[in-house]
Write a protein that binds this ligand. Sequence first.
Ligand SMILES: [Zn+2]
Length: 262
Amino acid sequence: MQKNNRWKWLILLCLWAGYAQAFETHSTVVQISTIQALLKGVYDGEMSFGQLKTLGDFGFGTFNGLDGEMAAFDGQFYQVKSDGTVHLVPDTLKTPYAAVHFFQTDKTVVLNAPIQSYPHFQNALDPHLPSRNRPYALKVTGTFDYLKTRSVSKQRKPYPPTVAVVAHQSIFEFENITGTAVGYWFPDYMDKLAVPGYHLHFISEDKQHGGHVLNCRLSKATIAIDFIDSVKLLIPQDAAFQGADFSTYSRKELDKVVKDND
Ligand SMILES: [Zn+2]
């Protein structure tokens, strides 16, 4: 290559790099149903994982009958059952509630100091989310000195509300476990649609353990952040959702369902 040409390529590369930094990628989260519907016991949906996998390669959710915690990243979908086992999700399973999208990193954060709890982890990440009024997708990779997760067991009809289900949730505690936690941060104003704030589901590197993250302790983690600029809500057309009573909503109940209650 001539010297002149080499310079041209270098300039083009710099321009492209500047462009990539200045303009974040466009990311649309597709969400099936609402967190309010899930809390009220609408646990059966019509969306198959075969269909869901065409809408994203990353995300979280649950399964019909509330049969465990779902985490997806790098195009693989995992089911963490209440006995703690992890399974690849077959296309035939269905979901009553999930959020997925095609993950593209807009910003990478490296946390490199001891973090004593999940709330501390959230405080450390907060300054890296430039606005409280838009969603973010988060992909956390690292080794957790301590990690506490949970899963829930498959329910039978008539379905109890989620707050009653989590009273019997399975708790898993790990030390020195490496893996990936994936999920979303949703703004407060979306609280009937999605869990506001941080919500992560974990899968270990060996794909043997996982669950909904309740607490953690760590000293180093890398967090890839995808700035979300739109959310598409797919409204379930089945009788259970269409006939549900959404006139009441309890934020306290939601906290009990998603947070560590110890
Ligand atoms: Zn969860």
